[in-house]
Design a protein around this ligand. Structure first.
Ligand code: MN
Length: 489
């Protein structure tokens, strides 16, 4: 996978053991880094930064990590014993995501030959405890992973954390374009944009819908034709109303220009503020989302930003993610489920089959009937994720669900949809989400796990509530009450 993200692998030691031991430690580190980079379970490049043995070396490497925009995280490991007062200044300065792995070069104890030389060289069980103490003492945000470095399970956990770290680093430079304000009177899409920039790094700013409309008018016929060709290649043209499809092409070309010019990775619009645009962007926003740009409807900039972050975390993964909204329930015995959809904007990245372009009335907003992609979502395990503003702080909610194929086709449903059964069951799952204050908008991902999102939340320093197979409502309420004590500062 092509990506600039790099993870710095730093081995801690000291001079007490002599140069021969340090040389052996460095060789082991190089072997490990080579093996990590040859394994698909490790999704981003690991860079060997050698063995550090003095406070000055440690401080220098942490400063360099901070200064390198491509560095998405620091991974430390104590092959031997590295007295941790040497690390205080460096770790205190570090502002990159931080993983401490607790492993050792040899899998087995060499029972027949083990002596004190071996013990001195291979003592990470010992050295990693000294290191863990100082990071605990410094109250560092960190992840600790123990396991044998050649084991798949260990590497997969490292890879999973690396995705969370990439999300965090990406988040800190994310720019979000708002076209129009939030939908009138809606509470859950509101939030503190200064707080969001401080916490997540999201720069959320408004751009005039009139300016967008002018750009739409300036789109050329050849630009429309090229976009139309792209639509015809990717989707099934299931409408005679080509004019409506062409207008979406026009909207998309103009949106693309604004996104590129502004360096945005997410945007919002709202059906209540369309100036003299003829249609709400539907197909246009869907096709843009399919390329990894975050989108939030009705001015929902938090979900737009979250979708962009989760998209970056999913680099190289192919099952997909999308903006989604809980719409309506099936309460039948044994088949209870939630039908998720939106009035237009679901990403084709999660389509089970080739999406169809259709044109239907929107029903609200008083504009022309917009072209949109209609499809059913993929099936299988997935997560729903949202971030809400609790006033002075943010809460992330992650819900494990099973997406399923709807029992029957819905020939009159004019939008894309996904159906899911919430964990631990329909009633408890929905009660839990609503008790947490979970939004109707969220991001559905088939690639990421609850652990990815928990690690991201820990790096960003926010509360994360996970609703899964083990969730019990009484425990959840206690967690939320404890969360208020911990997070309402
Ligand atoms: Mn909505």
């Amino acid at each position: 996978m092509k990506s600039n993200y790099k993870f710095w692998f730093i081995i801690g030691s000291q001079h007490l053991y002599g140069p021969e031991v340090l040389k052996e430690v460095a060789e082991h580190g190089k072997t490990m880094v080579g093996a990590f980079n040859a394994d698909d379970a490790i999704p981003f490049e690991v860079m060997s930064k050698g063995v550090v043995t003095t406070p000055d070396e440690i401080t220098a490497v942490m400063k360099a990590a901070n200064a390198d925009d491509d560095c998405a995280g620091v991974i430390t490991w104590m092959h031997t014993f590295s007295p941790s007062k040497m690390w205080i200044t460096g770790l205190s300065l570090l502002n990159k995501p931080y993983l401490h792995i607790n492993t050792q070069f040899n899998r087995n104890i060499p029972y027949d030959s083990i002596d004190m030389n071996f013990m001195n060289t291979n003592q990470s069980a010992h050295g990693d405890r000294e290191h863990g103490f100082i990071t605990a003492r410094l109250r560092m945000k960190r992840k600790v992973i123990c396991g044998y470095w050649e084991d798949k399970a260990m590497r997969e956990r490292m890879g999973s954390w690396m995705r969370s770290a990439v999300g965090a680093v990406f988040s800190r430079s994310l720019k979000v374009m708002r076209l129009g304000d939030n939908m009138r009177y809606v509470a859950v899409t509101e939030g503190d944009k200064i707080g969001a920039e401080k916490t997540f790094g999201w720069s959320v700013n408004t751009y005039g819908v009139g300016g967008f409309a002018e750009k739409v008018k300036a789109v050329t016929e050849s630009e429309v034709a090229a976009k139309l060709k792209e639509y015809e290649e990717k989707y099934v043209m299931d409408t005679d109303n080509l004019e409506s499809v062409k207008y979406q092409a026009r909207l998309e070309v103009a949106l693309d220009q604004m996104i590129t010019e502004g360096g945005f990775k997410a945007y919002t619009d709202t059906f209540e503020d369309l100036y003299d645009l003829k249609q709400l962007p539907g197909l246009a926003s869907q096709n843009i989302m399919g390329k990894g740009i975050g989108f939030g409807a009705e001015g929902d900039w938090k979900t737009a930003a979250l979708e962009a972050v989760m998209s970056e975390m999913s680099l190289g993964l192919t099952k997909g993610l999308s903006f989604i909204e809980d719409y309506t329930y099936e309460f039948g015995d044994g088949k209870a489920a939630v039908l998720g959809a939106h009035m237009l904007e679901i990403s084709p990245a999660i389509a089970a089959d080739k999406p169809k372009i259709q044109v239907h009335d929107l029903g609200i907003g008083g504009k022309d009937a917009p072209a949109r992609l209609v499809f059913e979502g993929k099936t299988g395990p997935a997560i729903l994720v949202t971030i809400i503003d609790m006033g002075g702080r943010f809460r992330m909610i992650v819900h494990d669900v099973d997406t399923i194929k709807p029992e029957k086709t819905m020939p009159n449903l004019p939008v894309a949809c996904v159906m899911w059964q919430p964990k631990p069951d329909m009633i408890t799952g929905n009660e839990a989400w609503i008790t947490c204050g979970g939004t109707h908008h969220s991001v559905v991902s088939y690639d990421l796990s609850a652990e990815n999102m928990k690690d991201f939340a820990e790096i960003m320093g926010i509360e994360c509530v996970h609703i899964g197979a083990d969730t019990k409502l009484d425990d959840l309420k206690l967690k939320l009450a404890m969360g208020d004590v911990i997070w309402d500062k």
